[in-house]
Design a protein around this ligand. Structure first.
Ligand code: NAD
Length: 484
């Protein structure tokens, strides 16, 4: 099929590349000329493992090109995806300006030569399916009033569930594909588009091998859930709200564990093995971040408010997360008393590993607060330092070439992002370079015993031995394990 994807950010570029990899002919469009020029010469405007390789293979399969002009791509397309940003306004509601402009430009470029589906892949509040239909029609009527009546199109909501850092894997092997639509022709078109994904008929690429679970599934290997437009829109918000809630819950339990002397990692393992709960997203830490959770929970709250629903759980979820980011500051104060004039080293800046995305990253809030309190900051992140320098020039951070240089003469080290390479750091070398070997492990990445053996004064999040002498269970000597 012929496909246009509008917006070449994290979602649009990955979606376009995957669809071309599956054999569709794709054009990705963006108003940002710099991004398009980079993509044309094979440079990625974002950091996403496997994306460059996928685009190279996609060129040989269905073919993918990059353009700044919607008008060139839309007339030939069967399916047009909108994957533009929907950032939050100060009120919490989603800023729909990019969506609106994209929908109008699609309308203005349409003709009567065939039936097309316009797909909302951006995360948009309930009712945006209708809004897009209206805007496409308005764009069409303004540009081509005489043709408008003869142009046929359907609107679908196809929310995206990929996670930055594993976006290629998530797009090729989704747990489910959600399509909301109000007419059969639109559903049929979307089914045809996604058939290779649903049936998993493609040969998996070496850089994103098919997981065993998917290969072994019978029937539709990536189930497609078809719903109304409104249900699909609600599914996306509810999924993100629930995931944010799971993390927030773990953090709240962590704070209680710390007081009562329990170990949150043990508690979460103990509850996660209950199949009704599941082990994912139960890692306590210094709070979630990223471009989606905060914005989506706020947007859902706003929608609830518009309909007079008092969504207390959603409100609490945001509040708990805001508080959790301050836990690091409290722990630093407990260990160092005075933060003014102290040097704090941050390990990790990206909101999570394997991405350069800093949107709503906890590191930013922590850095701002520490700077306000008079601390000096050193930092190291394997990927996100350039983005941080560029996007946050006011943050006075001394960027370092590696974790060891970040630790040099620091009074405390804070693990902010659990990049896998940090797990194998030589803790002894880190501690020996510091003025004061304090380690605040904001992601419970390190073993408290090992950190203490390396000379650190260690504090994790919700760990029973934050105040202890390093023995996990000094009396019983029990180590938590799961027998398989
Ligand atoms: N990033 C994620 O992990 C993720 C996951 C699931 C869903 N989403 C949702 O997907 C949407 C896109 O997110 P993203 O992270 O890819 O955003 P992004 O900011 O990385 O990219 C959006 C792109 O759209 C372009 N754009 C804006 N208006 C345009 C227009 N009128 N025509 C052409 N291009 C235009 C921008 O220049 C930008 O390159 C959002 O609604 C987001 O909530 C994001």
């Amino acid at each position: 099929m012929r496909v246009t994807v509008i917006g070449t950010g994290y979602v649009g570029t990955v979606t376009g590349a995957c669809l071309a990899f599956l054999g569709h002919r794709v054009t990705c469009v963006d108003t940002d000329r710099t991004k398009i020029e980079k993509l044309r010469i094979g440079e990625m405007p974002i950091y996403e493992p496997g994306l460059k390789e996928l685009i190279e293979v996609a060129q040989e399969k269905g073919g993918i090109d990059f353009d700044t002009d919607v008008k060139r791509a839309v007339p030939e397309s069967d399916v047009i995806f909108i994957a533009v940003g929907t950032p939050p306004l100060p009120s919490g509601e989603s800023n729909l300006a990019y969506l609106e402009s994209a929908a109008r430009s699609i309308g203005a470029a349409m003709d009567a030569s065939k039936f097309r589906v316009v797909v909302n892949k951006s995360t948009v509040p309930v009712g945006c399916g209708n809004l897009v239909e209206t805007l496409v029609r308005e764009g069409l009527t303004e540009a081509n009033p005489e043709m408008a009546g003869g142009v046929r199109f359907g609107v679908a909501s196809n929310p995206e569930f990929l996670r930055e850092g594993s976006a290629i894997h998530d797009s090729l092997y989704p747990d489910r594909i959600v399509v909301g639509a109000e007419d059969e022709e639109t559903v049929r078109t979307m089914r045809a588009l996604y058939e290779p994904l649903v049936e998993q008929t493609f040969v998996d690429p070496s850089f994103a091998p098919r997981p065993r679970g998917v290969a072994e599934r019978t029937g539709a290997k990536a189930p497609m859930v078809t719903t109304t437009l409104t249900s699909a829109e609600m599914i996306k918000y509810s999924a993100n709200a629930f995931l944010a809630l799971k993390i927030g819950f773990s953090n709240e339990i962590a704070n209680i564990c710390e007081r009562v002397g329990a170990e949150v990692t043990e508690v979460m393992m103990g509850i996660g093995l209950d199949s009704r709960i599941g082990t994912a997203f139960l890692n306590a830490g210094l709070g979630w971040g990223g471009s989606c959770f905060g914005k989506d929970v706020s947007s859902l709250l706003h929608t609830a408010g518009e309909y007079g629903v008092n969504a207390r759980i959603l409100e609490a979820s945001l509040a708990v997360n805001r508080m959790q980011r301050n836990v690091v500051i409290q722990k630093l104060q407990e260990k160092l008393y005075i933060l003014k004039g102290r040097t704090i080293a941050l390990l990790g800046l990206a909101f999570k590993p394997n991405t350069d995305d800093l949107r709503d990253a906890p590191s930013l809030q922590i850095a701002e607060k520490l700077l306000q309190m008079g601390a000096r900051l050193r930092a190291y992140d394997p990927i996100a330092m350039d983005a941080c320098r560029e996007q946050h020039p006011n943050l006075r951070i001394c960027y370092c070439n590696d974790a060891l240089s970040a630790a040099e003469h620091a009074d405390a080290l804070v693990l902010v992002t659990e990049w896998p390479e940090f797990a194998s750091l030589d803790l002894g070398s880190l501690a020996s370079r510091m003025n004061n070997p304090v380690l605040i492990d904001g992601r419970n990445l390190f073993s408290p015993e090992k950190a203490r053996a390396a000379g650190f004064e260690y504090a994790g999040i919700g760990r029973s031995n934050n105040r202890g002498n390093g023995q996990l269970h000094p009396v019983r000597g029990v180590k938590t394990t799961v027998a398989s």
